[in-house]
Design a protein around this ligand. Structure first.
Ligand code: ATP
Length: 266
């Protein structure tokens, strides 16, 4: 598999002077085309900051990030490889979906950042109906507002919005952490299926080792801004090298585990 993303010696500092916070310290990692790459670590370890640098929301303080060999950031400016190529699904659909917009407008919004020809190349709004169906929503939902939906349905709306531009790479930042356990399994399974059908590459951010183990081919473990261990999911879970990874593993929630394994609520 080819490298889609390469992160080399990347640092991110927030603030100035005495208030400086180093969120990411000299991180190195690569994400291969077509893989689900997991980023795990406790709250505040720098996971979301890495995700934000990949979608253009935060610029690295130093180091290089490349996408298919081309720099993603040049002189503090984000170089979108192709408009809509990289998308994100956030943790909390309650706050990431604009409450004043209908579902139709929410899902279509990313298309308006594209040029007319780019929109047409990706099927434009005509793909809306099949996409709604694919993520488990109904056509009649299009004219409704986010507050009229359950948490799981709201996250399905956020997934449809991320897919409308036909991206290759999606950052999933704790996409199921705000959901009930049984609903988490449904949304995780949907994400797995979509990845396969569309040949997507994921950066899957979570503090939950069970979810990461279920979803990801390879994993990097972060602690206090540093990547302390990287490896294929299976070997990392069966034979963790770093003490911090072992500590995280000991907190693995068994309820979600059994829910996923049996496919309950599919
Ligand atoms: N905009 C910001 N300004 C200042 N500090 C920030 C900002 N964003 C994040 N930080 C700090 O950077 C560090 C890393 O935060 P980040 O959100 O990347 O961690 P995380 O592992 O994703 O945590 P969580 O799971 O809680 O989202 C934390 O100390 C956080 O307080």
């Amino acid at each position: 598999m080819n490298e889609l993303i390469q992160i080399q010696q990347v640092q991110k500092r927030y603030g100035k002077g005495k208030k400086t916070v180093t969120a990411v310290q000299e991180a190195n990692l690569s994400i291969l085309q077509g893989e689900a790459f997991g980023l795990v670590g406790e709250s505040g370890s720098g996971k979301s900051t890495i995700g934000k640098m990949l979608i253009g929301l935060e610029d690295p303080t130093s180091g290089n990030i490349s996408y298919l060999g081309s720099p993603l950031w040049k002189k503090g400016r984000f170089q979108n490889p192709r408009a809509g190529e990289i998308q994100i699904v956030f943790q909390d659909p309650q706050s990431s979906l604009d409450p004043r917009m209908t579902v139709r407008d929410i899902i279509l919004e990313p298309l308006y950042a594209l040029s007319r020809s780019e929109r047409q190349a990706r099927g434009g709004p005509s793909r809306l109906h099949s996409l709604m169906k694919r993520v488990g929503l109904k056509e009649e939902h299009l004219s409704r507002y986010p507050h009229e939906f359950s948490g799981g349905q709201r996250q399905r709306i956020a997934i449809a919005r991320a897919l409308i531009t036909d991206p290759s790479f999606i950052v999933l930042d704790e996409p199921t952490s705000a959901l009930d356990v049984s609903v988490q399994a449904q949304v995780l399974n949907l994400l797995k299926e979509l990845k396969k059908e569309r040949n997507l590459t994921y950066l899957f951010i979570s503090h939950n080792m069970a979810v990461i183990r279920y979803m990801c081919d390879r994993v990097a473990v972060m602690s206090r801004g540093e990547i302390v261990e990287t490896g294929p999911s299976r070997s990392l879970f069966e034979n963790p090298n770093h003490l911090y990874t072992r500590t995280l593993l000991s907190s693995l929630p068994s309820i979600l585990d059994s829910c996923i394994d049996t496919g309950k609520g599919g």
